[in-house]
Design a protein around this ligand. Structure first.
Ligand SMILES: [Zn+2]
Length: 60
């Protein structure tokens, strides 16, 4: 499982996500960024920042 906490990129945000693949995780993060942060698209800079903070969860 891959894991990402939005607060690692957006200070103060408490949302966190889990998915089996990076791609699936990015889709969840993109949907959250759109719905909760008003971002209409994920810039490559933001995508890179997210990828740098993706963790591998020990327990699926
Ligand atoms: Zn967030």
């Amino acid at each position: 499982m891959k894991e990402f906490s939005c607060g690692d990129v957006v200070p103060g945000c408490t949302a966190s996500f889990r998915a089996s693949t990076d791609g699936e995780l990015m889709m969840k993060v993109a949907a959250h960024a759109h719905d909760d942060h008003g971002l209409t698209e994920i810039s490559s800079d933001l995508a890179d920042a997210v990828k740098q903070h993706i963790r591998v969860a020990e327990h699926a």
